[in-house]
Write a protein of this length. Structure first.
Length: 141
C-alpha cells in the first residue's frame, strides 16, 4: 500500500492488482525488453517475438515501442531477427496508421504517467507525437 501511495503522490495511479492490467504489464515487458535487448516478462526466446506480440496484441503501445526501439538502438537486432519480413511489414502498416493518427494506436491514458516516470525520454516523444494529432483539422467527407 505504501508504494502505491508514494506513486499516487506523484500523480501516478498504480493498479491494486497489476497482474490484472494487461496494458500496463505489456508496456513494462516491452520497454524493459528493449532496454535489456532480450525478452523480459514474457516467455519468448527472441526480441522479435516481443515486437510481434506488441504489434499484434498491443497496438496502443506501438508509438512508444517505436520510439523505444530507436532510443535503445534495437532496430538492427529486430531486423536481423525478422527472417520472414513480418515485422518489417507491420512497421510499414503501423507507420501508415500513425501518419493518420489512427486512434487504435493512441496510448492508453492510464499508463502514460508511469511511462513518463520510468521512461521520460520515450514518453516525451509519445506526448509530442500525439499532441500533433489534437491540432490536425478533421476532414469531412
Amino acid at each position: 500500500m505504501q508504494l502505491r501511495d508514494r506513486f499516487a503522490s506523484r500523480g501516478i495511479e498504480l493498479p491494486q492488482w497489476p497482474d490484472h492490467n494487461e496494458a500496463l504489464r505489456a508496456m513494462l515487458h516491452a520497454f524493459y525488453s528493449l532496454r535489456t535487448g532480450k525478452p523480459v516478462g514474457w516467455n519468448f526466446a527472441k526480441l522479435i517475438q516481443v515486437a510481434q506480440n506488441v504489434a499484434e496484441y498491443h497496438p496502443r503501445l506501438m508509438t512508444g515501442f517505436g520510439f523505444a526501439v530507436k532510443h535503445f538502438e534495437r532496430a538492427a537486432t529486430l531486423a536481423d531477427q525478422d527472417q520472414t519480413g513480418k515485422w518489417r511489414d507491420r512497421v510499414t502498416s503501423a507507420s501508415a496508421a500513425l501518419a493518420r493518427f489512427d486512434p487504435a494506436y493512441r496510448p492508453t491514458p492510464d499508463n502514460l504517467p508511469l511511462m513518463r516516470f520510468l521512461f521520460p525520454e520515450i514518453a516525451a516523444k509519445v506526448d509530442a507525437f500525439w499532441a500533433k494529432a489534437d491540432t490536425v483539422p478533421t476532414v469531412s467527407a
